[in-house]
Ligand binder design. Structure first.
Ligand code: GUN
Length: 294
C-alpha cells in the first residue's frame, strides 16, 4: 500500500508556482492576485479561506480577503462580485461556499466573470470542462487528477466509482475520469444518496473517489483487494479530549480499508492540501490569460 501524500505533492506544486512568480517579479511583471469572499462565520469555511490566503503569501501572490456578515443580502453580495469583476488588479476570485440561506448560490456563481472564476464553478467553465476545452477545472477534482498523475496511478480501462454528486466534487470528477487521456479513460459509475446496493458497486471498483461527508462510511467489506482510494471527506467530529474540541475524519475507515488498498489518500494530508495548491495553479493560469493587464 502506498500513501498518496497530498501534503508533499501540494508543497512541490507550490514550490513550482513560487518559482514562476519569482520569474515574473524579476521581469518586473505584475504578480497574480487572488481575492476570496467569505460570508458569515462558519468555522470550517474560515479555516479553508485562511489557508488559501496563507498559501497566496507562500507562493508570492497578492491576496485580498473580503469578509461579509452572515446577514449580508444577495444584492450586497452581487454588488461586491461586480466590483471584483471590474477591478483589473484582481486576476481571479472565489466565493467560499456554502452561503447563508437568504442567498441564491446559483445566482452568485452566474454573476462571476468566467475569466476570473478560478473555482471553475460558472456554467461556461463547467461546460468547457465537459467538452475538453481549456478552462479552469474545479480545484478539488483538479487536485485529485494531479495526485493520480504524479503517482502514475493507472486509470485507463479501470472502473472508477464516484460517491456523491455535488457540483464541486462528485459531478465534475465523474466527467473528468471518463475523459480521453491520462488521468481518464475510466469507466465511471456515479453513485449518490438514492443508489441501491452501493456495496455491490463499490466492491467492483478499481478506483473509489468518495465525496460524501459521512465519517468512516466506506468499510473494508465494501472494497476489493488493490483498490485505489481517494477520500475527499473532511468532517469535524466533536471530541472534548482534543484541544480544538473536534477531530477531522474522512469518508473512509482508513485503518481497515488501507490494508486492502494499493494506493490511499490520508485525511488530513491527502486531497485537502491539493485543493489549495490547485486553486493557486488556477490563479496563475488566470494571470497568464490576463497578461495584457498591467
Ligand atoms: N466550499 C468547499 N469547497 C469549496 C471550494 O473548492 N470552493 C469554494 N468556493 N467553496 C468551497
Amino acid at each position: 500500500m502506498e500513501i498518496l501524500d497530498g501534503k508533499k505533492i501540494s508543497n512541490q506544486i507550490k514550490d513550482e508556482i513560487a518559482a514562476e512568480v519569482a520569474k515574473m517579479k524579476e521581469n518586473g511583471e505584475k504578480v497574480p492576485h487572488l481575492a476570496a469572499i467569505i460570508v458569515g462565520n462558519d468555522g470550517a469555511s474560515l479555516t479553508y479561506v485562511g489557508s488559501k490566503v496563507r498559501s497566496c503569501k507562500r507562493v508570492g501572490f497578492e491576496s485580498t480577503l473580503v469578509q461579509m456578515p452572515s446577514t449580508t443580502s444577495e444584492v450586497e453580495l452581487l454588488k461586491k462580485i461586480k466590483e471584483l469583476n471590474e477591478n483589473s488588479d484582481i486576476d481571479g476570485f472565489i466565493v467560499q461556499l456554502p452561503l447563508p440561506d437568504q442567498i441564491d448560490t446559483q445566482k452568485v456563481i452566474m454573476a462571476i466573470d468566467p475569466d476570473k472564476d478560478v473555482d471553475g464553478f460558472h456554467p461556461t467553465n463547467f461546460g468547457k470542462m465537459a467538452l475538453d476545452m481549456s478552462t479552469f477545472i474545479p480545484a478539488t477534482p483538479f487536485g485529485i487528477l494531479e495526485l493520480l498523475e504524479r503517482y502514475g496511478v493507472e486509470t485507463q480501462g479501470k472502473h472508477t466509482v464516484v460517491i456523491g454528486r455535488s457540483h464541486i466534487v462528485g459531478r465534475p470528477m465523474s466527467i473528468l475520469m471518463g475523459r480521453k487521456g491520462f488521468p481518464g479513460n475510466s469507466t465511471v459509475t456515479l453513485t449518490h444518496s438514492r443508489t441501491k446496493n452501493i456495496t455491490q458497486i463499490t466492491s467492483q471498483a478499481d478506483i473509489i473517489i468518495s465525496a460524501l461527508g459521512v465519517p468512516k462510511f466506506l468499510k473494508a467489506e465494501m472494497v476489493k483487494d488493490d483498490v485505489v482510494i481517494i477520500d475527499v471527506g473532511i468532517t469535524r467530529v466533536p471530541d472534548d479530549t482534543k484541544e480544538k474540541g473536534y477531530y477531522i475524519t474522512g469518508d473512509v475507515d482508513f485503518e481497515h480499508v488501507s490494508k486492502k488498498a494499493s494506493y490511499i489518500t490520508p485525511v488530513p494530508g491527502g486531497v485537502g492540501p491539493m485543493t489549495i495548491a490547485m486553486l493557486m495553479k488556477n490563479t496563475l493560469l488566470a494571470r497568464e490569460r490576463h497578461r495584457s493587464r498591467k
